[in-house]
Design a protein around this ligand. Structure first.
Ligand code: C2E
Ligand code: MG
Ligand code: MG
Length: 494
């Protein structure tokens, strides 16, 4: 590339006319321009078109389709399932590798005219032009899901990812590119709610729900600020003696109009909004303060262990160790009384960060429980390396005790595993006396469940603790928890 600038110098009788000027090699500048244009329209990581270029192409496709009514345009909105866990536990480099692998799979399987784009994060879109109808798009989406689900090797890990896909199809009437993309996004959300690893096709009703979701998110933010979150406590019993030895803090949302909302109704929102870390902190501090108060007022004489749940998100940044240290400091609860529960999914992927966080927490003197154990098939070798203290047998296995041989086998194996690894075991979700008896026979040390008590507000738990103290100080023979009437009046009678 050359830039040429010159002036004309007219001639006269003595001189011939002349051109005088400069020529500059501007190849470098041209290259830079090209690069900048590319950057403006393509995603740096995957090389796929970005949102701007995708919308432009979609715009053109819609304009063409408007002239030829038989043309149908479809947008696929694809979001990886569980990408956060990979990023959180394996780090961003691994996350990037995974995104690149996924983008290759999208491109490899598409037809020449289709556009695959990356909108950002783990969100991809595909533009299909000239499709014959819904069936064809559905078949296409199924193939995309199949291709994505093949194992990917990232660093030294073999990962299996799935994706959720939302589909929007251009209909009659004038719809903008943004409208169609938004509809596909809404349908994608529905695919996630329907259990992930699938696709959904947009319909009108979904918009109403999307609107509702925004409302819930706004309300939840306010709820945290206004202190509408409450901590309830579920007692955990020593199955042999019947004593309350631990309590698990479980968050509740005290909604001004809708009453008490259980975690299942808002934790998923809090996680997708990033509000969960704040909620975890509020719960941790309030629970530590409460258990400390029970200790200083003599309601708790044995130094109850307090179990608090941590979200998987905490394992993305190391800050949690400092936060826990600070909360122990301000509340005065001895570290030895705190047991943090992390769900098994966090330790499914081996990660240095997870290990160092768990080590940091152990160094504080805090114990770790692996919650919902058995659901995710943890790598046993990794489990041994982590210095966790307790396995909490997921309640789905406890529910099967007595009629499912497989569940009984899993519970037996978990208890044996815990012994071999020098860990203790707590069974979750004990609902019948028969389950309690079997667990005791299998050598399970501790349990919690509706048989004994649901999670209750702090004053009710204090009553239960006092009743336990009265029982043990008055010298009456202790009854096993399974046979004792529940002080809450809420327990189901087996
Ligand atoms: P989780 O940690 O596994 O807690 C046990 C759940 O089982 C609780 O549900 C408890 O009410 C329920 N449960 C206890 N006994 C029985 C029983 O006998 N039968 C049945 N069917 N269920 C029983 P909840 O309180 O609804 O909490 C659900 C999940 O929400 C918890 O599961 C935990 O993963 C999460 N969660 C609760 N509080 C927090 C929190 O402060 N932070 C975070 N990150 N997660 C929390
Ligand atoms: Mg728990
Ligand atoms: Mg659990």
């Amino acid at each position: 590339w050359i830039r040429d600038e010159a002036v004309m110098i007219p001639g006269d009788e003595t001189r011939t006319p002349q051109m005088r000027g400069v020529m500059i090699d501007i190849t470098d500048r041209k290259k830079l321009e090209e690069r900048l244009t590319h950057q403006a329209f393509y995603d740096g990581l995957t090389g796929l078109p970005n949102r701007a270029l995708f919308l432009e192409r979609l715009d053109h496709a819609l304009a063409r389709a408007a002239r030829r009514p038989t043309d149908i345009v479809a947008v696929l909105f694809l979001d990886l399932d569980g990408f956060k866990v990979v990023n959180d536990t394996l780090g961003h480099t691994a996350g990037d590798e995974l995104l690149k692998a996924v983008s290759r799979r999208l491109v490899d399987g598409s037809r020449a005219d289709d556009t695959a784009a990356r909108l950002g994060g783990d969100e991809f879109t595909m533009l299909l032009e000239d499709v014959s109808g819904v069936d064809e798009v559905a078949r296409y989406a199924t193939r995309v899901l199949e291709r994505i689900s093949a194992p990917v090797d990232v660093e030294e890990h073999r990962l299996t990812v799935s994706a959720s896909i939302g589909i929007a199809i251009s209909g009659s009437g004038d719809m903008s590119a943004e409208d169609l993309l938004r509809q596909a996004d809404v349908a994608m959300y529905r695919a996630k709610q329907n259990g992930k690893a699938g696709f959904e096709i947009y319909d009108e009703r979904m918009s109403v729900e999307a609107w509702r979701r925004l409302e819930i998110e706004a309300e939840l933010r306010r709820a945290v600020e206004d202190g509408q979150l409450r901590v309830h406590y579920q007692p955990i019993y020593d199955l042999a003696s019947g004593d309350i030895v631990e309590v698990e803090a479980l968050v509740r949302w005290q909604h001004p109009e809708r009453g008490t909302i259980d975690p299942a109704g808002f934790i998923p929102f809090a996680e997708s909004m990033g509000l969960i870390t704040e909620i975890d902190r509020v719960v941790l501090e309030s629970a530590c303060r409460q258990v400390r108060a029970w200790g200083t007022t003599g309601i708790d004489r044995r130094g109850l262990t307090l179990g608090v749940n941590l979200s998987a998100r905490e394992f993305r940044v190391p800050g949690i160790v400092a936060t826990v240290a600070e909360i122990l400091e301000v509340t005065g609860l001895p570290a030895s009384q705190l047991k943090l529960e992390i769900t098994e999914s966090v330790i499914l992927i081996e990660s240095d960060l997870t290990e160092s966080i768990i080590r940091g927490l152990s160094d504080l003197g805090v114990r770790i429980a692996i919650d919902d154990f058995g659901v995710g098939y943890s790598a046993l070798g990794y489990l041994r390396r982590l210095s966790a203290d307790t396995l909490k047998i997921d309640r789905s296995f406890v529910a099967g005790l007595g009629h499912s041989r497989e569940d009984a086998a899993i519970v037996t194996a978990t208890i044996a595993l815990a012994r071999a690894l020098d860990m203790s075991v707590t069974a979750e979700g004990i609902e019948t006396a028969a389950q309690a008896r079997m667990l005791r026979e299998l050598g399970c040390e501790r349990g919690q469940g509706y048989l004994y008590s649901r999670p209750v507000p702090p004053d009710r738990l204090a009553d239960m603790l006092l009743a336990g103290t009265a029982r043990s100080t008055s010298g009456t023979a202790r009854r096993r928890p399974a046979e004792s009437a529940s002080p809450t009046g809420l327990a189901s009678t087996p």
